[in-house]
Design a protein. Sequence first.
Length: 256
Amino acid sequence: MPPRLPLRAMSRPRRSSTPVHGLARVLSKRGICSRSQGERLVSEGRVRVDGRVVRDPEFPIAGTERIDVDGGEAQAAAPVFIAMNKPRGLVVSAADERGRDTVYSLIEEAGLPWLGPVGRLDRASEGLLLLSNDTVWAAGITDPSTHVPKTYHVQVAGRPDDATIGAMLDGVDDGGERLKAGAASVLRRGEKNAWLEVTLDEGRNRHIRRLMAALGFDVQRLVRVAIGELVLGELAKGQWRHLSAGEVAMLRRRPG
């Protein structure tokens, strides 16, 4: 008779080389909904895995299972990449707890799959915003290690001079964070305000607003005009368009 294996060895699960993700995340990656919406759908009992209702948003999915949402199969959507000219006053979020309008109001009638924002613009900021359901492509743009530059036109109260530009390039400490611009220049000056062009290689929360405030300047308008080599161009405020295959390839980076 062969020796009996210890119970610990018998109960050890087999390792698998197949990536395993939580159910809510899988719904998001397939372009069905945002991750938070996926968590809600699962918790409400509206999602079945291989015919069985699952209420755990972190239920492990290896990729071979059939997933149904509200009775229909949750198949992965084709990749979609769009550029939007975000107007001031809209929140970059699927839903706002304060009931404010979001950028999704601009595409709700377009029949698109769920798209996630590629980076953020705060409510008071305007300009170029990318949305996509390709999470790897999006991560390549937002990951700090890939250094995809973002360029902004910034109106400030006052008259910044060469010393201001030098300080922006050297950087300032704000709340324990080092804030600096990768590039900066004065586009034009008026009697009471000026427009600057500012490029960031990395983006921290309210980076430009905090940088300018630390130097004594109040930001009146902030417009993102380019991400990498993709420019906002003539896209009208509140409008959006699909990116071309060349533009998608131009922005593709490898995160990490």
